[in-house]
Design a protein around this ligand. Structure first.
Ligand SMILES: NC(=O)c1ccc[n+]([C@@H]2O[C@H](COP(=O)([O-])OP(=O)(O)OC[C@H]3O[C@@H](n4cnc5c(N)ncnc54)[C@H](OP(=O)(O)O)[C@@H]3O)[C@@H](O)[C@H]2O)c1
Length: 287
């Protein structure tokens, strides 16, 4: 028996195994292409001959492969399902809510326990005090796995018993990322048509991101509380700001779909009488 098994030694899986070894844990590994295990084996990991013996070797197995189809293909190999009995499997690959549900049902059916995870960092960012890792699944199982998962990232967030919660939260945070990216591209267009450095624009975005992140955390608290009395930013300020972005973008001849969309939301929020509330009250329009 070793402390932990890591299945999948791609960019992320190899990093997970390395972090476990660095923390002084005994580690068993398995990867479809065995040659990728050379680095972690040299660092002290034990290479299992197949997924069944890998799972059998550790009380806790982390699986981090390309997708859930690949994970299932590994669990379908001879003996792997029976090895799951009495073991905890944590899938740290990226997948959707339905895949998380199906994976949990499969593991429970074979007598194991299951947690679903989503890593929100690159391999080089793993193992830091604030590295975000989302996890959901039965709380008793999380309690058993928590100390080991904390080695991979101090920003471990447990989202409750619903197995699909981590996958849904992954979708929520990615929605934020792509929404911000859309705004970034629109800003880059403003800069490039006016011959202002787009590179400098990127640097400014980086510098203002921590304070805007703190602002969004505040707005999340406002939405969760249901109290939209102004505490930071009255909606009326954003109404005129977005109107200005839209008019100036149109005057520059830019694609203005993005400011038109946000301007439309704000217009409906104002029409509904929310302009003297906190900006977060725009969510009432989306509801
Ligand atoms: N890298 C990142 O920045 C990052 C960040 C957050 C989350 N993630 C997630 O972590 C997971 C792994 O990503 P990665 O960066 O490690 O990818 P990767 O470097 O491309 O590695 C893919 C892994 O999946 C295995 N695999 C693929 N198809 C398989 C199959 N049919 N059967 C068995 N094994 C199979 C590969 O095995 P072989 O070596 O044999 O090909 C390899 O171990 C993904 O779900 C990804 O979304 C990655």
């Amino acid at each position: 028996m070793t402390d932990v098994t890591v299945i999948g030694l791609g960019q992320m899986g190899a990093r997970l195994a390395e972090l476990m070894l660095n923390a002084g844990k005994s580690v068993t590994v398995w990867n479809r292409s065995a040659e990728k295990a050379a680095g972690v084996v040299a660092a002290g990991a034990t290479l299992a001959r197949d997924p069944a013996s890998a799972i059998a070797a550790g009380g806790l197995t982390l699986i981090c492969v390309y997708d859930y189809k690949a994970a299932q293909a590994i669990l379908d190999q001879p003996g792997a399902t029976s090895a799951l009995a009495g073991r905890i499997l944590v899938n740290l690959g990226t997948g959707g809510p339905e895949e998380a549900k199906a994976a949990e049902a499969f593991v429970l059916e074979h007598g194991g326990a299951y947690l679903d995870g989503a890593i929100q960092a690159a391999p080089s960012q793993m193992g830091q005090p604030d590295t975000p890792i989302l996890v959901s699944g039965q709380s008793g199982v999380f309690d058993d796995a928590k100390a080991m998962l904390n080695i991979l990232g101090g920003g471990l967030v447990y989202l409750g018993d619903a197995i699909d919660a981590a996958a849904y939260m992954d979708l929520a945070t990615l929605s934020y990322v792509y929404g911000a990216f859309a705004g970034f591209l629109h800003g880059a267009r403003i800069a490039e048509v006016k011959n202002i450095s787009v590179k400098t624009f990127g640097t400014i975005v980086k510098d203002i991101s921590p304070s805007f992140g703190a602002f969004f955390a505040h707005e999340g608290g406002v939405i969760a509380s249901g109290d939209f009395a102004v505490t930071e930013s009255p909606m009326r300020i954003s109404v005129s700001a977005v109107e200005r972005i839209l008019r100036s973008s149109e005057a520059l001849g830019l694609n203005s779909e993005l400011p038109r969309l946000v301007n439309g939301w704000l217009g409906r929020a104002v029409a509904a009488g929310h302009s003297d509330e906190e900006l977060a009250a725009v969510i009432k329009v989306l509801r």
